[in-house]
Design a protein around this ligand. Structure first.
Ligand code: FES
Length: 149
């Protein structure tokens, strides 16, 4: 459903999260066999006039790499900012905008992929049975992984 949308056009998503830690999932909800699961990142947002309790700021894929180890891959394609889908039958990620493909660990698995870098990883901590991450967005279209302010 999110396929093909250009995420970086959304002002809420740009630089969202402020780099703070956000609880995104319970560890048992991340498949133990390493299959990625897509989760929404929701955070509270406060300014001088309003406080919104739950604002979605992005989507990530979580993947278990050990009993208590989880990696997070940003769902936004590093090429031009479309959303990347996980295709279970191919055990790979695919971006429908310009056909970038990524292995299950987020690496580029086809040299014809136009993406200039692998899928962006995010810092993850497993605290007891809770998965936390530092959500950031990154500049698309360049080889370096540069966080947006
Ligand atoms: S935006 Fe993903 S391949 Fe171009």
């Amino acid at each position: 459903m999110l396929s093909g949308l250009v995420a970086w056009l959304d002002p809420l998503a740009r630089g969202a999260g402020g780099g703070g830690w956000i609880q995104v999932a319970d560890l048992p909800s991340v498949p133990a066999d390493g299959t990625p699961v897509r989760v929404s990142v929701v955070t509270a947002r406060t300014d001088a006039w309003t406080r919104e309790a739950a604002v979605p700021v992005g989507v990530v894929y979580l993947r278990r790499t050990g009993p208590s180890e989880v990696v997070a891959l940003h769902s936004v394609c590093p090429h031009a900012g479309c959303f990347v889908d996980y295709q279970g039958d191919r055990k790979a990620f695919f971006c429908p905008c310009h056909d970038s493909t990524f292995a299950v660990d987020g690496s580029i698995n086809d040299p014809r992929s136009p993406s200039p870098r692998p899928m962006d990883t995010l810092a993850v901590e497993v605290r007891g049975q809770a998965v936390w991450l530092r959500f950031q967005n990154f500049r698309p279209g360049i080889q370096a992984k540069v966080a947006l302010a």
